[in-house]
Design a protein around this ligand. Structure first.
Ligand SMILES: [Zn+2]
Length: 300
């Protein structure tokens, strides 16, 4: 395939993946990725069994899968770059050759984080920026500018800090959203809205706090309005999972959103994940509810 054609196709695939993930709530299902078609041609975006997708007609890798607890020996490092192990076999041919070609040509690829079976969180575009044959490892970065860093193993601190910040925004936050939304079956815990593109994963204890870990038991799937209301302490959730609406809002007079979307939520129980381990920690809820109580005197 002509390299300009391949690049154009790659750009279209990446934007399809981003749009589809956004519509779903930040992730794609395995069947959507395997059944993908473009210009009436079937073109699976992942290779389910191998963790790297090298379409025969492509000169460079299209996607890689990073399974956090899976069979692939790839690890995310402290420096915010992904250390991706060579595939088995000859380091100079096959899969490894196409990854190396992505580095040489600067071709963007898609990284899929697989944290839940059959559910993939896309991170795209990413770039292969370094090859360490002695460690049988490629370095994958979230920004092509890392390709210009002379010595990536001994990166200066400003670049390192930038890489860590990018990793938080583009790897860790989307992965958290997927884990939380999947645990809540892609539905707002307060109002049960089921439109993934209108749902967020809210932190119970904010991630700016030391306690604010990105685990599902510190998360709540909330629609955009309930997320904003929660963050503004206009909506609280008690440690025993009851919704509280701040007095100021309960007494307000406004249109249907205030009445049905907020006032009528007061006193409801939130929808909980089926798996006990995914349910919000009452310790985290208590921490947060104390702050809600400080700005509003709730009617219990
Ligand atoms: Zn809601």
């Amino acid at each position: 395939m002509d390299s300009a054609v391949e690049r154009a196709l790659r750009t279209r695939i990446i934007s399809w993946v981003q749009n589809q993930a956004e519509a779903n709530g930040g992730y794609l299902r395995r069947d959507e990725l395997l059944g993908f078609r473009i210009d009436d041609q079937k073109l699976p975006i992942i290779d389910y069994s191998r963790g790297i997708r090298n379409p025969a007609a492509f000169e460079s890798t299209l996607s890689i899968v990073s399974a956090t607890h899976g069979p692939y020996d790839d690890t995310e490092s402290e420096d915010g770059l992904l250390h991706y192990a060579y595939r088995d076999g000859d380091p100079w041919s096959g899969d490894n050759r196409k990854l190396r070609n992505a580095m040489a040509t600067g071709a963007p690829l898609i990284l899929f984080r697989k944290e839940v079976p059959n559910i993939y969180t896309p991170v795209a575009p990413v770039y292969v920026v370094e090859d360490y044959p002695e460690d049988r490892t490629f370095i994958i970065a979230l920004d092509e500018s890392f390709g210009l860093v002379q010595d990536i193993k001994n990166m200066p601190e400003p670049e390192r800090e930038y890489a860590r910040r990018l990793a938080k925004q583009r790897l860790h936050q989307p992965a958290f959203r997927t884990r939380v939304l999947v645990a809540y079956e892609t539905r707002c815990a307060v109002c049960e809205l089921r439109y993934g593109s209108l749902l967020d994963a809210a932190h119970i204890v904010p991630d700016s706090d030391e306690l604010g870990v990105p685990t599902v038991n510190n998360g709540l799937a909330l629609c955009k309005i309930h997320h904003a209301a929660y963050d503004q302490n206009m909506l609280g959730i008690t440690p025993d999972f009851q919704v509280r609406i701040a007095n100021e809002l309960l007494e307000g007079i406004d249109g249907p959103m205030l009445k049905h979307g907020l006032q009528e939520m007061h006193g409801r129980s939130i929808q909980l994940p089926t798996r006990r381990a995914d349910r919000p920690s009452s310790e985290f809820l208590a921490w947060r509810h104390e702050r809600f109580g400080k700005v509003t005197s709730t009617q219990c």
